[in-house]
Design a protein. Structure first.
Lengths: 296, 64
């Protein structure tokens, strides 16, 4: 009995710890609310419990318990729906939207994290049950590190180069370097844009990156992240200063234009480099035979 | 749900009446460019749209 107890306890602790470490709540990530954190820690605890009980249940052997465990694991599919729904509801009242690609990405990550918690708890309790608690600690550390590694995605900075660009007007057309952003009619607005507007170019490093940046969902994510840190001067019903990312159709690079509360170009570029590459937007042309052939 | 009309010319502000024809869109005449800019600004704020410049003396309001 004592052996089961120790295995389950270590499994739960390791799993819960993994969930805690994977709970990011910085400027970009959701949840940023205490209640959201609590919800996910509680779910993480349940997931850890599930993972930790599995090995002792099989070893006992209590196959009924194992069946119930599998049933319980199904519940975690709902985590994705829960996140997606709540973020979609919040989206309606946003001036700058996240976009459904970003929401889908976040929701998927939440689901995946719970599975990693189950895995961590399972591995730890297995080690504790068969090898002893010393090995369980090692197994826990390794699987937590492995989870962190799996959860670390790539960033815009990895796939593209971010450089400064010039915001200027050609007649009534607002341009960032050679990319047309929009038509601005009012002289006052033009002056304001010339004074406070910031422009950068996001140049893809290869054809995969070019496809990624091409996806509107990825562009929305970039704009959303920038706005959520630097702020923007767009007001409801006054959308002239809307931040946008438009591409140069021939070269494939993006031009981003924004009138932010904080006009700090260096941080703007740094923020863009830290925007996650969305799973649903990721280009994979170079992985295919014809894609590689066509690229050269 | 947002049911307002978007991506549609809501109003045209012109100085030269010869540049526009009746076509279902409200056309507002202004005496000079100053009035044109001011009228466009007011219209844009009221309609929740933005002012675009056709570079031929016509401004129009559109909601995106």
């Amino acid at each position: 009995m004592e052996k089961y107890g120790l295995a389950i306890l270590l499994g739960i602790v390791a799993g819960f710890l993994a969930r805690w470490l994977m709970l990011r709540s910085d400027y970009r990530h959701y949840p940023t609310y205490p209640h959201g954190k609590l919800t996910h820690l509680a779910l993480g605890f349940i997931a850890a419990g599930l993972g930790a009980v599995a090995i002792p249940a099989i070893a006992k052997p209590d196959y009924m318990a194992v069946t119930f465990l599998v049933l319980a694991a199904q519940q975690f599919r709902d985590v994705r729906n829960m996140e997606r729904e709540s973020l979609n509801h919040l989206e309606e009242t946003k001036i700058i939207r996240r976009g459904s690609d970003y929401i889908e990405g976040i929701a998927r990550v939440f689901e995946a994290r719970n599975y990693l918690v189950i895995m961590t708890a399972l591995v730890t309790s297995a080690a504790a049950y068969w090898l002893g608690w010393e090995y369980a600690v090692v197994a826990a550390v390794i699987s937590i590190a492995f989870s962190q590694l799996l959860m670390a995605g790539s960033y815009i900075g990895n796939i593209a180069e971010v450089v400064t660009a010039k915001v200027h007007f050609e007649g009534s057309l607002l341009k960032v370097n050679d990319v047309i952003i929009m038509n601005v009619g009012l002289p006052q607005t033009r002056e304001k844009i010339l004074k406070e507007g910031m422009g950068v170019l996001i140049k893809p490093k290869d054809d995969d990156a070019r496809l990624t940046l091409d996806a509107p969902g990825q562009r929305m994510a970039i704009v959303h992240d920038v706005v959520s840190i630097l702020g923007s001067k767009v007001e409801i019903n006054e959308t002239e200063l809307m931040p946008v990312a438009r591409k140069n159709p021939d070269q494939g690079y993006l031009a981003l234009f924004i009138v932010a509360n904080e006009t700090d170009l260096d941080y703007l570029m740094e923020i863009i480099r830290k925007v996650p590459v969305l799973e649903s937007a990721r280009g994979t042309t170079l992985k295919s035979y014809f894609g590689r052939k066509a690229a050269d | 749900m947002d049911n307002s009309i978007s991506d549609y010319i809501l109003a045209i502000v012109a100085i030269d009446e010869k540049k526009v024809l009746p076509g279902g869109c409200p056309v507002i005449l202004a005496a000079d460019q100053e009035e044109q800019v001011k009228t466009s600004l007011l219209l844009a704020r009221i309609l929740g749209g933005i002012v675009h410049d056709l570079e031929n003396g016509l401004y129009f309001i559109c909601r995106h």
